[in-house]
Each structure stands twice: as C-alpha cells, then as structure tokens.
Design a protein around this ligand. Structure first.
Ligand SMILES: C[S@@+](CC[C@H](N)C(=O)[O-])C[C@H]1O[C@@H](n2cnc3c(N)ncnc32)[C@H](O)[C@@H]1O
Length: 313
C-alpha cells in the first residue's frame, strides 16, 4: 500500500503525468483484462493461444534440449490459460517438478492455486504474490532444477524499447547457464489492427484504464471524478510504440489523501506502453544481451512470436 501511494503521487506530481501500469490489476482490473482478452479486436490472446495449443510439443522438445527435468517460473501468468498447455505437455512427459507463478495480483495467485490442480493434478504449485524480480529471488529457495521462465502475453511490451535490454540483462543475472526464457512478443503489423486492439468497441480497455482511478479513490482515499477523464490510445508505426493515455476533459483538482493534484484541461496521464517489435529487432536485442536464440514460434498470421532464449556461460 505504501508503495502504491508513493508511486501514484510521484507519477501525478511529475511533468508529464504518468501512472505505473502494474497497478491496473486489482480484482476488478483482473476481470476487465479477461474481458479485453475475449474481445474481438484483441488478437494477441488468440495468436499466442494458437502457438501454445498447436505447437506445445515442439516447444517442449526445444526446452528439453538435454532432458533434465525443469522448474517453470511464470512472470505475470494472469489466468495461465496459454501456459497450461505447456504445463500439461511437460507433466505428461514427467519433465516438470515445480511451477512457480509470480504475479503482483494476490487475487490471480489465489485463483491459480484453485484452478490449476484440477487441470494438471500432478503439478506442484508454489504461487508467489509480488514483483517479478523480488519474487524470482525468492523462487530460488524453491527451485534447484534447470529453470524455464515464461513471460507471455506480450507483457514485455510494457517496457519501453530502450528499457528492454536492461530487463533481459537483469533476468539473465538471476539465472544460471542452461536456464531458459520464453518470451511472447507482439509483432509490428497493420497499424489499424494494433490500434483497434487497444480501443475495443465494447469499451473494456477504456474501463480498464479508468479503473485505476477508481482504485486510487478506494484504496488511497482519492476523489477522482471518473467521468472527467477520457481514454486516448495511440500507435506510432515508425517506433512500434502503442501508448494509452487518460485525458483530463476539464481543468480540475483531485485530492489523494491530503495531497492536491491539479490538472489542466486536456492534460494527459500516460498509463501504459505496449511496445511492438520486428523479428530482426528481437534477434538483435537478444544477441546484444548474450542470449542464444533457440527457436521462434509464430502463429499462422505471423502476428505474434514466442521466442526461446537460452543463458550460456
Ligand atoms: C496483461 S496480463 C497478462 C497475463 C498473461 N501473461 C497472458 O498472457 O494472458 C499481466 C499480468 O502481469 C501481472 N503484472 C503486471 N506487472 C507486474 C509486476 N511488475 N510484477 C508482477 N506481476 C505483474 C498482472 O497482475 C497481470 O496478471
């Protein structure tokens, strides 16, 4: 809670204003994200689901390159509907010992603790609620096998293009030679297809963004009038940056606890980036970070790629 307040005030007292997208995911945010994933425009889920439901056997052949049993750690699993295909395949081959989902949403971890044992009864699950890297350090106490870290759903796009190498280097520093990372990247494509995915007709993405203001009202004693903000998504095809903003529709002041925040009319709050990549850019960054690219798995439209990277000595 302290971090939430500190981060919110820091973001809203900055110029330009921003909020950290990791705070989208309270219980209502988790539910709205499920609805976004089911919307017609949000092609990302179907594309990655196609990869995991049709190519799980080839993915498992790749990650079992030396047939040691694996521990699978997943960053930000959400409902794990895609990764469960991989977990079933590994469990079927008796090649997985522990599954460690790491999610900042405690709600997600408790839902997974209930749902996964029904789907993969032989799986040993150790859910950890918290930040990716803090919990990865904690996961080392649980896992002594070779590790496969999953980071699906293009969550990696929530880092800016120039922050991605630092994220990969940090991840590599917490892993050992032979460990692997499987990352889902959303690829550059028709700009309109991308923009529509972040502006669904039913308004779930808009509600998802506005829900963070409601969360601040509830948890940090704020008084945002939600109807005074509107959702504004953008996509720049030259950089691949898809960004969401909330725009203040009038000059107004908002109280968060004892702190007063002033908004000009039309002032933006930057909410989230969803960075898109080309295969060439992914290869270049992976090589720069000294990962070996073991394999790329594409969906049939080539909208999305899951890349398996291996840490070498
Ligand atoms: C966009 S959802 C993706 C879910 C899933 N990977 C998929 O592909 O459907 C992002 C998930 O990551 C979690 N998350 C976001 N930022 C996080 C952070 N910094 N540390 C831990 N979990 C985080 C959220 O709670 C949420 O469950």
């Amino acid at each position: 809670m302290d971090n939430f307040l500190t981060d919110v005030l820091k973001g809203l007292q900055s110029s330009p204003k921003y909020l950290d997208s990791k705070y989208f995911y309270d219980k209502k945010g988790d539910e709205l994200f499920q609805k976004i994933m089911e919307s017609e425009e949000y092609y990302l889920t179907n594309a990655e689901m196609e990869i995991f439901s049709k190519q799980q056997s080839q993915i498992v052949d790749t990650v079992l390159y030396n047939s040691d049993p694996l521990d699978v750690i997943e960053f930000g699993p959400g409902d794990a509907t895609k990764s469960v295909h991989l977990l079933k395949e590994l469990a079927g081959r008796k090649q997985i010992e522990n599954y460690v989902p790491i999610d900042i949403s405690e709600n997600i971890i408790s839902l997974l603790n209930q749902s996964l044992p029904k789907q993969v009864p032989t799986l040993t699950i150790h859910g950890l609620a918290g930040e990716y890297f803090e919990m990865l350090s904690a996961a080392h106490k649980i896992s002594s096998n070779k590790k496969l870290v999953l980071f699906l759903g293009a969550n990696i796009g929530n880092f800016k293009f120039n922050e991605m190498p630092a994220f990969l280097m940090k991840l590599k520093s917490l892993l050992s030679a032979g460990d692997m990372v499987l990352i889902g990247f959303d690829l550059k494509k028709n700009p309109q297809t991308i923009l529509s995915a972040y502006n669904d007709q039913q308004g779930f993405t808009k509600e998802f963004n506005l829900n963070l203001l409601s969360r601040i009202n509830k948890e940090l004693n704020g008084n945002f009038e939600i109807e005074n903000f509107e959702h504004y998504p953008t996509y720049d095809p030259s950089t691949g940056a898809c960004k969401s903003y909330l725009i203040s529709t009038k000059e107004q002041s908002v109280k968060i606890g004892e702190t007063l925040i002033h908004f000009e009319k039309n002032e933006p709050i930057f909410m989230e980036i969803s960075q898109k990549y080309s295969v060439k850019e992914i290869d270049e960054i992976a090589t720069e970070c000294e990962f070996e690219v073991l394999a790329d798995f594409f969906d049939s439209n080539r909208y999305f790629v899951d890349v398996i990277l291996k840490c070498n000595d």
